[in-house]
Design a protein around this ligand. Structure first.
Ligand SMILES: C[S@@+](CC[C@H](N)C(=O)[O-])C[C@H]1O[C@@H](n2cnc3c(N)ncnc32)[C@H](O)[C@@H]1O
Length: 269
């Protein structure tokens, strides 16, 4: 019998990207290899099959590749720096990118973190914190790690109200000048049509914060500057790694309103 999951609505969505990476890994020619995700899916008692055939599995894999690319770039330049995974869920980014010298902080809500702790352990370079990104208490733990810092919130802030997303981002910008912060923004079109989303319509979580223009966030804090923004299939460095057939599909997919409304963004604070 696998580990039973008792998670709040937004917290349960962590199982979508986890399953996406596991399904991808089992393919003959996977875009990512994540054997840990396969183990986790096999260890958790959950109806993952309900996500089968949905576009969001491949979408979450491609999204993760962009965030991995940005974090890997940061670690290349700053091998002893700290990566802060906000809303870590059961993400295995540390397992994918650890260079043997970086520091890592995983943050998630108490029930999510309790589940995460069943599968991952802390080390002298990796700490796990239970709390909400909206309350600033966890920043104290980050401050104890060496800089520079890269904050990544993959598919997390969209579950917050705009006011809470703003509070969270502005606080990081104010307290960690010079840091990088990466997160996705989902436009009004997606929020309006969320009941049609292939995976979310099978869950009770709801998307809250709509953002059509990631540049507009400079109003959130004077130090917040957009460094790069891309749609899921169109970040140039990641696109280049994809097989030709994918690249052709991406050319078509990027015309869809849901793709255009969904952006992956990298900011400098
Ligand atoms: C779609 S999952 C993404 C998980 C992970 N980032 C990944 O890509 O695999 C959303 C995550 O956001 C977390 N989350 C939601 N609200 C949060 C909050 N206020 N503070 C911290 N984490 C939060 C959930 O617990 C969940 O793990």
């Amino acid at each position: 019998m696998g580990e039973r999951v008792e998670l709040g609505p937004a917290q349960e969505t962590m199982l979508i990207p986890l399953y996406g990476r596991a399904v991808e890994t089992r393919k003959a020619h996977p875009l990512v290899r994540d054997p840990r995700a396969v183990d986790l899916v096999e260890s958790i008692d959950y109806d993952f099959a309900k996500f089968d055939g949905g576009r969001s599995l491949a979408g979450s894999v491609l999204r993760g590749m962009v965030f991995d690319h940005w974090v890997a770039d940061f670690l290349h330049d700053h091998p002893h720096g700290t990566v802060v995974e906000i809303g870590a869920g059961l993400n295995t980014r540390f397992e994918r990118l650890d260079n043997g010298s970086c520091h890592w902080v995983d943050l998630d809500l108490p029930d999510s973190m309790a589940l995460r702790r069943k599968f991952f352990t802390e080390t002298d370079r990796r700490v796990m914190v239970s709390g909400s990104v909206v309350d600033g208490d966890w920043l104290e733990v980050v401050r104890r790690q060496p800089g520079p810092y890269f904050f990544v919130a993959e598919a997390v802030l969209i579950y917050l109200s705009e006011a809470d997303a703003r509070t969270s981002v502005a606080r990081i910008a104010a307290e960690f000048p010079g840091a990088l912060i990466a997160f996705d923004t989902w436009g009004e079109w997606i929020i309006r049509n969320q009941k049609r989303h292939d995976a979310l319509r099978k869950m009770s979580a709801s998307l809250e914060w709509a953002c059509d223009d990631p540049r507009a966030l400079k109003a959130w804090h004077p130090g917040l500057r957009l460094v790069e923004t891309a749609t899921v299939g169109a970040q140039p460095d990641v696109l280049r790694q994809l097989p030709r057939a994918y690249r052709m599909i991406m050319r078509l997919i990027k015309l869809l309103p849901q793709t255009r409304a969904y952006r992956l963004n990298l900011y400098r604070t």
